[in-house]
Design a protein around this ligand. Structure first.
Ligand code: NAD
Length: 486
């Protein structure tokens, strides 16, 4: 890896000629990888159902074999517990493989097309055609899940894939590279480790799809580079996912679900509840439950809890810490934070204003601001006035209120009475809308993202019914055509 997001400055600054030759070497390696994958795709290596299933099986075995290595890396990069890693990273991918392998044959089956009387006699079908050589660029927060789940879809769709894990989680990047190089066929999948420099070189290449997960600023860089080759992109981005807690909701359960969703992976989850809105009365009642739930989940001493994660880097630690206003803290705060250990306790802030720093960006850390609103009307108006979130959460005992959020707000997904867990289901398409991204994957949606739906239409040469539409248009033919196309 030549470029990483490190907390300290590099000690050996390379001479310009060295940097140039590094760049040339990286470019040559990437060129060779893309050429090999493209050649393999063109040779048909990835087309048959059997070959796809065999590669998925290789990934499943590799995942199982390398689980301890991956779990160690996740603990090192993010302080993830073995159980959390099993649940939110490795297990999710294993389920995705199992679900995809089980349904792939039926998903790939051509579906008949109804062509209508104008073309009769004719038959048509819709085929799922592999796209070709794809690029998967993944982030650091769920580095195993967000690298391998798209890869499952790429393989199942019959594509070759070049994978670029995030350099911000370096131990996991190395473990993923080991897994993919050891267990998968290089004719299908190759890995490029690195940061901005390598990704920039990668983006100069022509791919048939770029699947990017990460922040919107880099999403724009990816989309711009893709436009150069007219390459389609799936952009899985983030943003501020709101929660609204309505009057009358069961506050004990609601608090547990929100606290779990917020503080899992120390808040570094793209769909973590970013901020919470409720009426002042509901907030007053909810606060003790939020505090109690936080204590219950992390044993009152999150620093010692094996189940509480760490910020990924000192840079992220500094960024998140700066969002905390200790005067507003009702739980956690900067006092217990430890930069060396990249530890920030689960922190809840009350009386937060819409123009406070914590509301200026996606928090992506263990800080939950509470904001007073007058009711569902204001909560909906607040959501509508911002960027479209990746997920919106509503806890309400009223069907009509839930329905209003479903109809009147736009977000990647809407979760009623639940946080995080809804995206673990392979049956649900997962993706954003507007500023939170474009395109979706998981299960069948993944196959749709990584294939082209190609209509194949067949019309017998006899009888030649198309004679009707050939010119010259005169007399009865003209009258008939005008009537038909009226
Ligand atoms: P990151 O820093 O790991 O970046 C993501 C990828 O982009 C990495 O592979 C990185 O090497 C590459 N990259 C970074 N800078 C680049 C540049 N200038 N040019 C080209 N490539 C570059 O991760 P991140 O962006 O900090 O991830 C956090 C963000 O991702 C949050 O906004 C979060 O909400 C979002 N996210 C979204 C999802 C989702 O599924 N929608 C999942 C996880 C994270």
């Amino acid at each position: 890896m030549s470029t990483t997001e490190h907390d300290t400055a590099p000690t050996d600054l390379a001479a310009p000629e060295d940097a140039a030759s590094d760049d040339t070497a990286a470019r040559a390696r990437i060129d060779a990888d893309v050429t090999a994958l493209r050649r393999s795709f063109d040779a048909g290596t990835t087309r048959s159902l059997e070959a796809r299933l065999a590669q998925l099986e290789a990934l499943r075995c590799g995942l199982r074999r390398e689980e301890p290595r991956l779990a160690r890396a996740l603990a090192q990069d993010l302080g993830k517990s073995r159980t959390e890693s099993a649940m939110t990273e490795i297990g999710v991918v294993a389920q995705e493989i199992a679900h995809t392998a089980k349904h792939l044959k039926s998903w790939l089956k051509p579906t008949p097309l109804s062509l209508g009387p104008m073309l009769a006699p004719a038959t048509g079908q819709l085929r799922r055609e592999p796209l070709g050589t794809t690029l998967i660029i993944s982030p650091w927060n769920y580095p195993v899940n967000l690298t391998l789940a798209p890869l499952v879809a790429a393989i199942a769709g019959g594509n070759t894939a070049l994978v670029k894990p995030s350099e911000v989680a370096p131990a996991t990047s190395a473990a993923l590279t080991h897994l993919l190089r050891t267990h998968l066929d290089p004719e299908w999948v190759r890995v490029v480790e690195g940061g901005v420099e390598e990704t920039t070189i990668l983006l100069e290449q022509r791919f048939d799809l770029i699947f990017y997960t990460g922040n919107g600023a880099v999403g724009r860089i990816v989309a711009r580079a893709a436009a150069e080759h007219l390459t389609p992109t799936v952009l899985e981005l983030g943003g501020k996912s709101p929660v609204f807690v309505d009057e009358g909701a069961d506050l004990a359960v609601t608090a547990r679900r929100i606290v779990w969703g917020k503080f899992t992976n120390a808040g570094q989850t793209c769909i973590a509840p970013d901020y919470l809105m409720a009426t002042p009365r509901t907030l007053q009642r909810l606060m003790p439950h939020l505090r109690r739930a936080t204590r219950a989940l992390y044993s009152g001493a999150p620093r010692r809890s094996l189940d509480y994660g760490r910020l990924v880097s000192a840079r992220h630690f500094d960024r998140v810490l700066a969002l905390i206003d200790d005067d507003k803290v009702i739980c956690g705060g900067t006092g217990d934070a430890d930069r060396e250990a990249r530890f920030i306790p689960p922190t809840i802030m009350q009386d937060v204003d819409w123009d406070d720093a914590v509301m200026g960006e996606e928090i992506f850390g263990p800080v939950l601001p509470l904001l007073a609103v007058s009711g569902p009307d204001e909560a909906i108006a607040r959501i509508r006035s911002g960027d479209k979130p990746l997920t919106a959460y509503v806890f309400s005992p009223r069907r009509a209120v839930e329905e209003r959020f479903a109809e009147e707000t736009s977000s990647g997904s809407l979760a009623l009475g639940v946080t995080l867990a809804h995206v673990g289901t392979p049956g649900m398409p997962f993706g954003g809308v507007g500023e939170s991204g474009m395109g979706a994957y998981h299960g069948r949606a993944g196959i749709e993202a990584f294939t082209h739906a190609k209509p194949v239409v067949k019309k017998p040469l006899s009888p030649d019914t198309l004679r009707l539409v050939y010119p010259p248009y005169r007399g009865i033919k003209r009258r008939l055509l005008r009537r038909l196309f009226r």
